[in-house]
Structure formats: structure tokens, C-alpha cells
Design a protein around this ligand. Structure first.
Ligand code: NAD
Length: 491
């Protein structure tokens, strides 16, 4: 930071942007400005890309076992800074301290996995594809790559990409969300301490102009994006039109089926955390509950109790279970969608609109909300609300429930709560989503599995994390080699 303005990190130096436009970064619980973030112009992307291009020559020639040493140091630095980073996340993003600590842990796990790159990026080979001829497939880095990330996991989501990109030998530029840029500032302070060579990892703050400059720059070979579906589609098509690889993770509307044989106490506890944790601002939040048969009334009654008793407040205060939503626009949009649900015929069982938290009267709080009898064909059943709102639909059988699950455009996650292995298997087999939870409320893949969104939740083929990340950030080269045995006779 410099005079209350965040800096960019380019070519191993903290630099002040020449931007004429700045935005305030707000604490959503207090509605107070924390700092300002520059909307860096395209020329600053140009500088970052040229420094990254220059750094790439040496970095890709650095043995993979050496490339991972700064990643090991970064893991330790992240662990040592966990408390400070968690407080930054809570202050700029609103989630509770415990949720912030959790997201840092999930980020660290990706650093750990990427430290295995000397094995993960191994190629394949066949001896004697013809007599005396061998064939090899080797993996080489792409060059300069970039990631554009959303507001809801400011520390974890950059780490879905960054460790794999640099471990495989690329140089990486991060454009974080302009709503939560302070976590990336801290992350890059740690990156500086970890000792990566200048130009290998760079941070350019900004908005649309900054993103477009990355998408249009011919030396940026690949773009990773996480955010809303509309922007994911835009980034995917503009990156592809410019000949780049792209992996774009979009929005979600995640259905969870509750069978009559589900353990009601466990299901309610997990569902409340999934629907209202992080104030519902998780791409893996349970946003639609489909209650089957005689689970219907029992589930609505128990989730209503859980919603009404959840303690809402400032995420650094003791005992708070849910923080605010990100900004006043989100609060207005979420409250508007709740009203729309009522107009469409849903029954408002718990109403979280127009509430305040004592001591934080200006904060952007929406309390947990439960809508029952949500009509399956209405807007509320299909629109991503991205707030602490659970919509309950009712189904007679598991087949009816799966039909409702598969009617939606998104495909990030689908879950089922049941005591029956056969029903669980049927669900796993038939549900049209890339991440499936069975008696799990947030089916977030560990770092060693790909984050497999489908349909309108993902554009691309190789997902973030694990071996998909390794494949995304490398290009394969096939070498066919002949060394006639007679040539060795001279020695
Ligand atoms: P967003 O799409 O508004 O912004 C994401 C990023 O795109 C930011 O860095 C922003 O600066 C940039 N951006 C925004 N508009 C742009 C434009 N017109 N042109 C170029 N760049 C633009 O998303 P958000 O509000 O920050 O995040 C919430 C969304 O992210 C939700 O829809 C949520 O479901 C989704 N999300 C998805 C996943 C996943 O894994 N699928 C994970 C987290 C969040």
C-alpha cells in the first residue's frame, strides 16, 4: 500500500499505478472505506506482459525441482501469516474469521499439490514404435498466462491457478477482483518474500480495461477466469477469438435433494452451513433444497429454525456465524429477488430482508432466508441469487427430484442426503453436474481433484486444480527418435 492506495507488483517491484480511476475498497460490515484500488490502464498490462516474457526465458530453463523451492517457502509463509491474512479477508469480503481461515487452508493445499510438479508434469514414452525408433511425449510450459478472479474467495481462488502455472514453468499475471484486492496485496508480499525471480509472478489491479488488455495481448497464451456466467462467457469467447487457451468457471444454482431416509439432524446442520455459510456467496452454496415425500414438512421446519437462529454480524466478532454480503448493490438485488419469489407464489418462511445488526447499522447485511413451495418454472428457481437464501421445492419421488435437478442451466454441484446406497448411486449416475455431494453440503474438490463444473457453470475443457491445471498450463511435444544401432559401433 502507498498513501492508502494499493500498488501493483511488476518485475519484482511494488509500483504505483498511473491510473486516473480508483475505487474505494469497502468493509461490508461497517460500510467504511479501507483503502483504494487503481483501475490500471492497458499500458500497465503491456509492461507486466513484457517483463513476464523476459523472465520466461530463464524460468522455463530452471529445473522443476528448483522451481518448486519458492513454492515450499510460500506454503510456510502462508501458514505463518494465516491470522493476518484471515483478518484481511474478513474485513474486505465480509465472511467470518473461521471461514477466512478455511479458505486459506484450501489455497495452501494447491501450493502443496503443485510442489509435486517434477512428477506431475512427467511425459510418456514408448520404445520401439518401429524397429529402432522411440517416441516421447514431453510437457513444456506455454509462456505468459493470466488469471482473473472474483470477490468471494480472494485468497483461495488465485491459488487454484498460480502454483500450477509457475511450477510448470510459466510466468503468471493476476488481476484480482477490484472489490477485494487487499488479500492479493498480502499474498504478493508473501510471494516477494518467497523469492521467485522478478517477472515470474505479477499483480496488476484493475477492472474491465485491465482484463481486456490481458485478453487482447498476443503474448498472453492462456487465461483462467472465475466469476459470473455472463463474464465467463465473454472472457471465454474473447480469449478464444484471440487464439488463447481459456478455462472459465461461471455462476451456479446448486440443488440438494433431501430424501425421507436422510438423517434430519445432520442434514439440517450441513444444509444450514451450505446455504448460509459465507452469506450464501459461494459458488458451491446449496441454493435449492428439493425435499422428497415425507421429508418435506420436517425439513422445512428444521431448516427454518436453523436459519432464524443463525448469529449474523461482523465476521471478527466472537460467535458470529454469518457476515454481510459484499456491497449495497448485492443487498438490494438479493432482497429484490426474495420479493420476486413471493410474487411468484413462494411462501416466505424466514424473511431476512431489511434487518440491521446492532453496532453495524450501515453494514450490508441480509439475514438467512427460507422460501418454501418455490415454483419450479419461476425465475427464483433458476436465477443465481448469491446470497443467504434457500429455496425449497417439493418432489414426490427421487425420479421427480432428479428431473428438477437436471432442468437447470448451471451444473456446478448437485447433492443428495439419503441413507440408501442404491439411491445415492442412482443420483451420482444421473445428476447433471460436475461436482456431486452424497451426504455432503459443499462438494468442493480437494486440490488433487479438478474443480469440475459443467454446463453454464464452466466454459472450457480442462478445469482448475490438480492434473487438469498441469495439462492446462503445458503444451505437449511429441518427439519421434531414430538412433540406428550401427552408429554406436564406432565407440
Ligand atoms: P464477476 O463476474 O462480476 O467478476 C469476476 C472478475 O471479472 C473480476 O475480477 C472483475 O473485475 C472481472 N470483470 C467483471 N466484469 C467484467 C467485464 N465486463 N469485462 C471484463 N472483466 C470483468 O464475479 P464476482 O461478482 O466477483 O463473483 C461472483 C460470481 O463468481 C458468482 O456468479 C459465483 O457463482 C462465481 N464463482 C464461481 C466459482 C466457480 O468455481 N464456478 C467460484 C467462485 C465464484
Amino acid at each position: 500500500m502507498n498513501n492508502g492506495q494499493l500498488l501493483n507488483f511488476v518485475d519484482g517491484q511494488w509500483v504505483r499505478s498511473s491510473a486516473s480511476d480508483y475505487l474505494d475498497v469497502m468493509n461490508p460490515a461497517t460500510a467504511q472505506a479501507l483503502t483504494t484500488v487503481p483501475l490500471s490502464p492497458g499500458a500497465e498490462v503491456e509492461t507486466a506482459v513484457s517483463k513476464a516474457t523476459a523472465a520466461f526465458y530463464e524460468w522455463r530453463r530452471t529445473p522443476s525441482g528448483e522451481r518448486i523451492q519458492p513454492l515450499f517457502r510460500l506454503k510456510t509463509l502462508l501458514e505463518e501469516s494465516r491470522d493476518e491474512l484471515a483478518r484481511i479477508i474478513t474485513n474486505e469480503c465480509g465472511k467470518t474469521y473461521g471461514e477466512s481461515v478455511g479458505e486459506i487452508q484450501r489455497g495452501i493445499e494447491n501450493v502443496e499439490v503443485a510442489c509435486g510438479i517434477p512428477m506431475l508434469m512427467q511425459g510418456t514414452n514408448n520404445e520401439d514404435i518401429a524397429s529402432g525408433i522411440d517416441e516421447h511425449m514431453i510437457r513444456q510450459p506455454l509462456g505468459v498466462v493470466a488469471a482473473i478472479t472474483p470477490f468471494n474467495f480472494p485468497a483461495m481462488i488465485p491459488l487454484w491457478f498460480l502454483p500450477y502455472a509457475v511450477a510448470t514453468g510459466n510466468c503468471f499475471i493476476l488481476k484480482p477482483s477490484e472489490k477485494v484486492p487487499m488479500s492479493s496485496q498480502k499474498l504478493f508480499e508473501l510471494i516477494e518474500k518467497a523469492g521467485f525471480p522478478a517477472g515470474v509472478l505479477q499483480l496488476v489491479n484493475g477492472g474491465k480495461e485491465t482484463v481486456d488488455a490481458l485478453l487482447d495481448h498476443p503474448s498472453v497464451r492462456a487465461v483462467s477466469f472465475v466469476g459470473s456466467t455472463a463474464v465467463a462467457k465473454y472472457i471465454y469467447s474473447r480469449a478464444a477469438a484471440n487464439g488463447k487457451r481459456a478455462q472459465c468457471q461461471g455462476g451456479a444454482k446448486n440443488p440438494v435433494v433431501i430424501m425421507p431416509d436422510a438423517d434430519l439432524e445432520m442434514t439440517t446442520r450441513i444444509m444450514a452451513d451450505s446455504a448460509f455459510g459465507c452469506a450464501g456467496q459461494r459458488c458451491l452454496a446449496a441454493s435449492v433444497a428439493i425435499a422428497v415425500g415425507d421429508a418435506q414438512d420436517r425439513f422445512v421446519e428444521s431448516i427454518a429454525d436453523a436459519a432464524a437462529s443463525r448469529k449474523v454480524g461482523y465476521g471478527l466478532d466472537e460467535g458470529v456465524q454469518m457476515g454481510p454480503v459484499i456491497d449495497p448493490n448485492s443487498k438490494a438485488r438479493i432482497e429484490g429477488l426474495i420479493s420476486k419469489g413471493v410474487l411468484e407464489g413462494a411462501k416466505l418462511v424466514v424473511d431476512g430482508r431489511h434487518q440491521t445488526v446492532s453496532g453495524y447499522e450501515d453494514g450490508y447485511f441480509v439475514f438467512p432466508t427460507v422460501l418454501d413451495h418455490v415454483p419450479p418454472q419461476g425465475e427464483i428457481a433458476h436465477t443465481e441469487i448469491f446470497g443467504p437464501v434457500l429455496s425449497v421445492m417439493r418432489a414426490k419421488t427421487v425420479d421427480d427430484a432428479i428431473e428438477l435437478v437436471n432442468k437447470r442451466a448451471y451444473g456446478n454441484m448437485a447433492c443428495i442426503f439419503t441413507g440408501s446406497g442404491a439411491v445415492a448411486r442412482k443420483f451420482r449416475y444421473e445428476a447433471d453436474a460436475g461436482n456431486i455431494g452424497i451426504n455432503i453440503g459443499v462438494a468442493a474438490p480437494m486440490a488433487y481433484f479438478p474443480f469440475s463444473g459443467w454446463n453454464e457453470s464452466f466454459f472450457g475443457d480442462l478445469h482448475g486444480q490438480s492434473h487438469h491445471g498441469v495439462e492446462f498450463y503445458t503444451q505437449t511435444k511429441v518427439v519421434v527418435e531414430r538412433w540406428p544401432k550401427e552408429w554406436s559401433r564406432q565407440f
